[in-house]
Ligand binder design. Sequence first.
Ligand SMILES: [Fe+2]
Length: 203
Amino acid sequence: MQVVDTIIRLFDSQGHEAYFGEPVSQREHALQAAYLAEQDGSPGWLIAAALLHDIGHLVHGQPEDLADRGGDGLHEDAGATWLAPHFGPDVVRPIRLHVAAKRYLCAVEPGYLSALSPASALSLRLQGGPMDAAEAARFASDPHHGPAIRLRRWDDRAKIPGLIVPGVEHYRKHLESAHRSQELTDQESAGPPHEAGPRANRS
Ligand SMILES: [Fe+2]
């Protein structure tokens, strides 16, 4: 479970960084998103996705004022790519789609855009603005779009200063279980153990 320990260390070492113009740190934001997912009765893999959805900011080390300076760091792709060797598509795909989910909701849900925080509205422009009809249809056809939208709504709410929620260790069981499922899938697709090769040993 090396990757789970690495993730927990990342939150411990870099999670104090500010969350892009919001009144919470990266760690507070991630923990609140995971807490909201758990409160909604979500499965463990989706709680793990909520916790990890912005890990691209931590693995990338982007400056906190990136949006103010006119850059889009594509943190959703950075995070999903970093996680993909260790977690299955149920976890990784909603993370890759969570910015697209914001652009989708802006296009299809009256009032969604106007309720975005100022920082989120600013980054929306850098992310391409609301989807057009063709983009929205394409997004809605992705089998992971439903979980991505759920994740997005927790993301939008996970900005409450001072909210007391469980720490990262509380979610270790979900991270380990999602990681273990992916290892089993890898082993099944690699064949019997003597044919599995190095992929079966990765963590
Ligand atoms: Fe977020």
